[in-house]
Design a protein around this ligand. Sequence first.
Ligand code: PBG
Length: 324
Amino acid sequence: MFPNRRNRRLRVNEALRSLVRETWLTPNDFIVPLFVVDGENVKEEIASMPGYYRLSLDLLKQEVKELWGMGLKSVLVFVKVPDNLKDNLGTEALNANGLMQTAIKTIKDTVPGMIVMTDVALDPYSSYGHDGIVKDGKIINDETNKVLAEMSLSHAMAGADFVAPSDMMDGRILAIRSLLEKEGFYDTGIMSYSAKYASAFYGPFRDALDSAPGFGDKKTYQMDPSNRLEAIKETIMDIEEGADIVMVKPGLCYLDIVRELKNSINVPLAVYQVSGEYAMLKAAAEKGWLDHDAVMLEQVTALKRAGSDLIASYFAKDVVKLIS
Ligand code: PBG
């Protein structure tokens, strides 16, 4: 009780504050999303994600070397697929010599220790821009799972350490785990986007990959932002089906979910600070309305304080530069 307890006593200077600080960021906290495109010497800035680029394979090599040198040890790979290779079934996703499979090999050849995680979903490959196969205007679940499992196997065969299904079909973790086991990929992990909300924050990402849905929205498979219990149900089911790491996405609007899951599950929990979260801060900073670095650190710290063991973030490099 006051005055015996004066809380300001522990805030007196930075040395003392750092001694009692509860949350610290390190490079081990981060997963770095990477966007890969075909071509040579291509470094295209994504219009709605200033400072973030699509890279061709040659420049991808430099990038992963730089990341490794900074202590960043895991990447999450997305590819931009040309329109002429897109169809309803995501056929190109299974091409053993496709851009994703080549990117995995390129990263592993360049920095063998880098933990390569790969996006598993049909949307970048889908002529409809949906995460599953479309039939009569609906996204069909079980047939999609078969493709997602084949896609995961193809990534594992190319050398992926983790596959990261971001599609939100029911039962896809079981389908993927079963096929990986059957084919002997016992050590290939699954990081499941288990509580992925139908969020308006994904807009810039869809620009980056040209993957916006051609009709409708994703609300029949991604979660309603109003729901909390459903996030727990989804996540527990994914753990039961074999997910090694689970994820909440997006980040800042869903910190209650992060904390609640952290208190009740016993596998590592990732959070994805998504493209719209990145874009908002970039835009405000460009206008001079927010202090970019201070707000960035505050946001990422909040994600960790809420309970994230891993943070997929477009700010990863910027943060690591500031904290090291
Ligand atoms: C698609 C996918 C999306 C993101 C990751 N994987 C977009 C979507 O669901 O439409 C979003 C990531 C971001 O916004 O940064 N399977």
